[in-house]
Ligand binder design. Structure first.
Ligand code: ZN
Length: 288
């Protein structure tokens, strides 16, 4: 039987407003809120969930509760970013490699099944091709991935922009999250490397026709991502189903079905066969 997999979600977010969610769990994870979200997955038959991390310990509690809902849960505990760059909203920062190693050890001690790292910033939706901050340089990306692999763990990387994506793929990153603005070289490397691409189309769709964001830019980014997915599939690349559930306008449970519709638009009638292959590789590497 086909298993429904939310390959990228944040159980601590509410699909509406980040600050409200962060305030709710500020002192300690609120169990009833987590249970509501887990129930939304159970209702829709979603049995695999990979969290993108949070800085409040919410995903760690969710991982303990998930078996009650028939859900196989996998979490990095928190995401890791370089201090001063993007990532504080879902994790903790390092200033040097010694601190990075310490954070990896702590994540594992807390129950992480893999390590999530931020290699780049967020997309901007009023300026095509722009990001919220500079990406990490390629040599730093290589070092981070090699440290994590040295611990026998897989790397889930938040990364946008051709240059850092190329560096991430060359470094052997196991899953490319978002992965916007890939070029031909990235698509070829993706297919050759065996990394899994989680394009999170639903998260971009959430900004379409939204006050304060430019529809033209949002729609162009989404259409290009879909076109590149089609080419990636043609090259034999691995693609998985993850919506960035919990992010703005991506409700828990329902968000994955928006992702399915957008993947079908991009990949055609074979989308389920294609993503099933990617999901299976992800399941082997990211769930313990
Ligand atoms: Zn995310």
């Amino acid at each position: 039987m086909k298993q429904l997999c939310e390959a990228h979600g944040h159980i601590f977010m509410d699909g509406e407003d980040y600050l409200t969610a962060a305030t709710l769990h500020k002192n300690s994870p609120v169990e009833s809120d987590i249970r509501d979200h887990l129930a939304a997955y159970r209702e829709r038959g979603i049995t695999w969930f990979r969290d993108g991390g949070d800085h409040l310990g919410v995903s760690l509690l969710a991982a303990k509760l998930a078996p009650e809902y028939g859900i196989r849960y996998s979490t990095p505990a928190f995401g890791i970013h370089r201090k001063g760059r993007y990532g504080g909203i879902v994790g903790r920062g390092y200033s040097d490699m010694a601190q990075f190693r310490t954070l990896v050890t702590e994540a594992v001690a807390h129950g992480a099944s893999f390590i999530k790292i931020m290699f780049s910033g967020l997309l901007e939706f009023d300026r095509y091709g722009h990001f919220s901050c500079e990406p990490l340089p390629g040599d730093e990306i290589r070092e981070l991935v090699s440290i994590v692999h040295g611990e026998g763990l897989a790397v889930m990387a938040h990364v946008n922009g051709a240059e850092p994506i190329r560096a991430a793929l060359e470094a052997g990153t196991d899953s490319i999250e978002h992965g916007y603005y890939m070029d031909d070289d990235c698509l070829r490397l993706l297919a050759e490397s065996g990394a899994v691409w989680v394009p999170t189309l639903a998260a971009i769709k959430g900004f379409d026709h939204r006050e304060g964001f430019c529809d033209e830019v949002v729609e162009r980014i989404l259409a290009e991502q879909q076109e590149k997915l089609c080419r990636a599939a043609g090259l034999g690349a691995l693609i998985a189903t993850g919506s960035d559930a919990g992010a703005v306008a991506v409700p828990h449970g329902e968000g994955l079905f928006t992702e399915f519709r957008l993947l079908e638009e991009a990949l055609g009638p074979d989308w389920e066969t294609i993503t099933d292959r990617g999901n299976r590789v992800l399941m082997k590497k990211f769930w313990k």
